[in-house]
Design a protein around this ligand. Structure first.
Ligand code: ADE
Length: 225
């Protein structure tokens, strides 16, 4: 998978995307992430990327020219399965969206900043709008990092094949059961006996039962669909 991210603040993405699982995924050549600074495409003498809003109002808007030039410099070389805009008014991201996008080849993600991007860019190029929750961040960068992490970990081989949520379909839509590691007793608190029984059938049944119980308690909405 190839992911191109367009931003006015590349340094906000470099940390989260160049470490841990995403770093290993890149090393294994399972994903290629390219970060593009929208400012590099500005034709302004001072490399301005934002401007005042038509109609007045607080906050600057990212102008169409540098964004359009950046997008078109990428689309001339390859076709994108999705051109995504990170925005609080997009569809709230869920696991199903991540599963779907993890199967794609080329993704482009546009991060807004200030008051957002000129609306014509959304109309002209964007195929999917994503929010990571009903709150407003200062920009789309952290939302893009969250989205990329959630997608890339699903690519087979990134974590490892057995734990891929795509092959683990009975878990789909349920919260995970509790997990424990050694010691079997810690400050008087014991690991459930079943996990020490060595009976894999019983363990699987217990995990399924726990997943259902926890989902009913904490996120009953997940059981509705
Ligand atoms: N940009 C600002 N807030 C956002 C959010 N909640 N989700 C996605 N992008 C955003």
């Amino acid at each position: 998978m190839r992911i191109d991210i367009l931003t006015v603040l590349p340094q906000l993405l470099e940390g989260p995307l160049k470490e841990s699982i995403l770093k290993r995924a890149a090393e294994k050549e399972l994903v290629e992430i390219h970060i593009h600074n929208i400012r590099d495409f500005s034709t302004h003498s001072n490399k301005n990327v934002d401007d005042y809003q038509y109609g007045g109002g607080a906050g600057m808007v990212i102008a169409p020219q540098p964004l359009s030039d950046c997008i078109e410099s990428l689309t001339k070389d390859r076709t994108y399965d999705e051109i995504i805009y990170m925005t609080p008014d997009g569809k709230v991201l869920d696991q199903r969206d991540c599963n779907e996008m993890s199967l794609l080849g080329n993704l482009m993600i546009i991060c807004g900043h200030y008051k957002g991007i000129d609306h014509r860019i959304r109309e002209m190029y964007v195929t999917r709008e994503i929010s990571i929750g009903s709150y407003v961040l200062t920009g789309g960068e952290l939302a893009a990092a969250v989205t990329v992490d959630a997608i890339v970990r699903l690519i087979p081989g990134v974590i490892n094949d057995e734990t891929s949520a795509l092959t683990d379909s009975f878990q789909d839509g349920l919260l995970a059961p509790p997990v424990y590691t050694r010691p079997a007793e810690f400050k008087g608190h014991k690991v459930p006996d079943v996990l020490l029984s060595g009976d894999q059938k019983k363990i699987d049944a217990w995990r399924e039962e726990q997943a259902l119980k926890i989902t009913k308690e904490k996120r009953p909405d997940l059981l509705e669909d």
